[in-house]
Design a protein around this ligand. Structure first.
Ligand SMILES: Nc1ncnc2c1ncn2[C@@H]1O[C@H](COP(=O)(O)OP(=O)(O)OP(=O)(O)O)[C@@H](O)[C@H]1O
Length: 319
């Protein structure tokens, strides 16, 4: 009996090693889309070595983004011809690449080298901040599915947020971010704390309808939001078809404001009456005043009715 199972095991092993050998000998077509001005412009220094690392895996080509939206155009133009797109940049550049890939039925795999300022998505999934280490993680990596968010007709990869701290994610200028790094966001955020604005909203999730005055809200697929809010919950999965909704009520007094900050700092947001935390597939947010949004850290003007839907397992990220 044990002889038979050993034989089966050996056959399986030899089958596995031939699959592995095939994966290494098949040359892939790899496009590297790099935003060399994101974050501290790290990619300027690492572009050559990163390209050389990928040259071991396949035929590589590099395209450097020239303006806002360019990464989407590049992903759209080349997405059908390549096996993998490696995106180098911050959350904004990653979001642009994914937007370019979404129309394809047969999407190439995606590798991500985080060289932005906050890199929330990379933090959530433990991708190295060192570009060469991140490149090696992709080269030896495993392909995993990720859900993508659809915000009316726009895509986002990890968060759509409004209210306090959302403005700071896009209001800090690139020059400020390059010079000050995360401090640029903190300074912009501090300005927002002094002008606490409330939004009266009706929010419909899969299981409930909520109506209140809110200070902040996020619909996310991440454990890190704007580098400020950290979500700790074993039920946060990136391919479960569900988003996490975090809503912070407008505090009526300084005491409540203190309670909110304490709950966020200590990760006790699920126990606070001032914070709502739910999982949902879809959310509809209705507002009767103008309310700007931040999609993956980039400004969006929003709309009176915003419908956010989870596009289940829409992309494959290798890491
Ligand atoms: N050559 C360029 N000139 C000006 N803007 C560019 C250029 N290339 C890309 N962009 C834009 O820069 C913006 C910011 O990029 P990105 O979000 O990747 O970096 P970041 O803001 O430093 O990092 P993070 O979002 O992680 O904080 C994006 O909206 C992108 O479209």
């Amino acid at each position: 009996m044990s002889g038979v199972s050993n034989k089966v095991l050996m056959q399986q092993k030899s089958k596995q090693s031939s699959i592995k050998a095939k994966a290494y000998t098949t040359k892939q077509k790899i496009l590297i889309i790099a935003n060399t001005i994101s974050g501290k412009q790290q990619m300027k220094k690492y572009l050559h070595s990163v390209q050389q690392l990928f040259a071991k895996k396949g035929e590589t080509e590099v395209k450097i983004t020239q303006s806002k939206g360019h990464a989407t155009e590049l992903a759209k133009a080349y997405g059908d011809d390549v096996d993998m797109i490696v995106c180098c940049g911050g959350d904004g550049t990653l979001s642009e690449v994914i937007t370019g890939l979404m129309p394809f039925d047969n999407k190439p795999e995606l590798g991500y080298i985080p060289t932005g300022t906050t890199n929330d998505f990379a933090k959530s999934i433990n991708i190295s901040k060192n570009p060469e280490l991140a490149a090696n993680m992709i080269i030896d990596g495993v392909s995993r599915h990720y859900d993508v968010g659809l915000f009316n007709n726009k895509y986002f990869i990890y968060v759509a947020s409004f209210g306090i701290f959302s403005r700071s994610s896009y209001a800090a200028t690139q020059q400020m971010k390059n010079t000050l790094g995360r401090l640029a966001y903190v300074l912009e955020g501090a300005k927002e704390v002094f002008s606490l604005k409330s939004y009266h909203l009706k929010i419909t999730t899969d299981n409930e309808v909520l109506e209140d005055d809110y200070l902040f809200g996020a619909i996310s697929n991440s454990t890190s939001i704007g580098g400020v809010i950290k979500l700790k919950d074993p039920n946060i999965l990136f391919d479960d078809g569900l988003f996490e909704v975090v809503l912070i009520k407008y505090p009526k007094n300084i005491l409540e404001f203190g309670q909110i900050l304490h709950a966020l700092q200590t990760g006790q947001y699920q126990q606070s009456d001032l914070i709502t935390f739910v999982h949902t597939k879809k959310a509809i947010i209705e507002s009767n005043e103008e309310m700007p949004w931040s999609l993956d850290g980039e400004f969006d003007p929003g709309a009176p009715v915003v419908e956010v839907t989870n596009v289940h397992r829409a992309i494959k990220v290798v890491h």
